[in-house]
Ligand binder design. Structure first.
Ligand SMILES: [Zn+2]
Ligand SMILES: [Zn+2]
Length: 317
């Protein structure tokens, strides 16, 4: 008996269902089955429609050799870890002189050859890490795989992106700041201090969209100098304004390598320095008057926050 409410999965003849294909959203692949494992993992079986295929080497029409199944980790679906079971088509080249014997269906839009995650799952992981501050550990849990499966899949992509020098183009305002990476032993987790380079160039609307360009281990003028030298002469000549935190080493690097740029102390650090100076004076006067450090009830201690308050926020009182 035919099943009137059934989907593609209920069909007896191989036909594809537009609804299921739309739901999964992988161009060129059709859903042929959806199942659930005992561990609550959703398994979506997909395949491409049969067509004639030419050999990638010689172009002669190849003979179909059936399908070979590949399991891929996909983005979680409806809060369930999801696997994509891709029934890849295989062919054999019939041309005797051709070095290619058997070849398998490939589509980099779906997954890289020998990849464990789908291309879109890799992209999803990167977006989650970049924009949502997700950890690889947490994402691995959501995907239902080991940490190293996720990291092994995205690390090569990150390495390629890091090697891409295109992001350094058009930088006219360059910021540098130290970054404390962790607070445990450097022997366990590598160097604590990093130097971060940020693109602070204004866009055509005059807005600053801080863009992290690089992070390199260490906090010294030498680190910054080396990094600037690696960017090359054209990059350095392009920088008009170089901002920095009040650290002598970075200033030396700017004087040395970005001689034509204007060095600007960034406002956060200027305010922090001014605030610290006011605090020091307050503590010194406190000691001179009372001979002990400020505590509740001391007038100077009571106004410690008012002293550091911006002028426009002060009331008559
Ligand atoms: Zn369907
Ligand atoms: Zn061939």
């Amino acid at each position: 008996m035919s099943e009137p409410t059934g989907c593609c999965c209920a069909a007896t003849t191989p036909s594809y269902c537009d609804h299921c294909d739309l739901l999964v959203g992988l161009d060129g692949l059709h859903v042929v089955d959806v199942d659930k494992t005992g561990h609550g993992v959703l398994v979506v079986t997909m395949e491409s429609a049969p067509t004639q295929m030419g050999c990638p080497t010689c172009g002669v029409v190849a003979e179909s050799r059936g399908r070979r199944t590949t399991m891929l980790v996909d983005i979680p679906c409806f809060a369930r870890p999801t696997r994509l079971r891709w029934r890849k088509r295989t062919w054999r080249c019939l041309e005797p002189a051709c070095p290619t014997r058997v070849f398998t269906e490939q589509d980099e839009q779906i997954a890289r050859p020998r990849g464990l995650l789908t291309t879109r799952a890799c992209r999803w992981v990167l977006e989650q890490v970049r924009r949502e501050h997700a950890s690889i550990h947490g994402l691995a849990r959501q995907l239902g795989v080991a940490w190293k499966t996720v990291w092994g899949s995205v690390q090569p992509i990150l390495a390629t992106l890091a090697d891409d020098e295109a992001r350094f183009a058009g930088v006219t305002t360059l910021g540098v700041d130290e970054h404390l990476w962790h607070h445990v032993s450097p022997r366990k987790r590598g160097p604590k201090e990093l130097t971060g380079m940020v693109d602070l160039t204004r866009d055509k609307d005059g807005r600053v969209r801080a863009r992290l360009l690089d992070l390199v281990p260490g906090r010294s003028g030498t680190v910054y100098k080396t990094w600037l030298d690696q960017r090359g002469t054209a990059f350095k000549a392009h920088v008009e304004v170089a901002t920095l935190d009040p650290f002598r080493g970075y200033k030396n690097a700017i004087d040395d390598k970005l001689a034509d740029a204007t060095a600007v102390l960034d406002v956060f650090h200027v305010v922090a320095l001014a605030g610290r100076a006011v605090d020091e004076v307050r503590r010194r006067v406190q000691q001179e008057i009372h001979g002990h450090r400020g505590r509740s009830g001391d007038p100077l201690y009571g106004i410690r926050n008012i002293l550091r308050c911006a002028a426009e926020r002060l009331t008559d009182k």
